[in-house]
Write a protein that binds this ligand. Structure first.
Ligand code: MG
Length: 165
């Protein structure tokens, strides 16, 4: 059985993950509008990955005899100033998610909930990967700047991603 405090916090985190998923899907639409199918595909896979994160917490709450209650998800931005602005926003978002995970860690510690710790350790490691990957994308976008050919190479590279992991 999970405490009500932790249950509420995990329900909030399900909302955070779904709102990240929503944002990435919106970015996929933005990149489609720029004829950058590789960026769009990459963001669509991010969307799947964030949905999987939400479901991982969903399943955890169910396993712990908790109650899942979904929250409203705000509409994400649909326009972004530039390719760079969009990917930089995605990176910012991931950094915020990392902070959310750390806060959950502290709460789990306070509640002496060791099972939550195991789950959150997985998420902490996952965030290292998420931030690393997005930092690289942001760096590469900054490297090509206004070079269209460079951007197309990057688009092809991002389009070669096949799994939502
Ligand atoms: Mg996530």
């Amino acid at each position: 059985m999970i405490s009500t405090t932790l249950q509420d916090a995990f329900n909030k985190q399900i909302g955070n993950e779904l709102s990240a998923a929503h944002l990435y899907l919106s970015m996929a639409a933005f990149f489609e509008s720029l004829s950058l199918p590789g960026f769009a595909k990459w963001m669509r896979l991010q969307h799947q990955e964030e949905t999987a994160h939400a479901l991982k917490i969903f399943d955890f709450l169910v396993d712990r005899n908790g109650r899942v209650s979904l929250q409203a998800i705000n509409a994400p931005a649909s326009e972004f100033e530039s390719v760079e602005a969009a990917v930089a926003l995605a990176l910012d978002h991931e950094r915020r998610v990392t902070a959310d995970i750390y806060a959950l860690h502290e709460l789990a510690q306070k509640e002496r909930d060791y099972a939550s710790h195991v789950l959150l350790e997985w998420f902490a490691a996952e965030q290292v990967e998420e931030e690393k990957t997005l930092e690289e994308v942001v760096d590469h976008v900054r490297m090509v700047k206004d070079d269209g050919a460079g951007l197309l190479i990057l688009d092809q590279r991002l389009g070669s991603r096949t799994t939502a992991e």
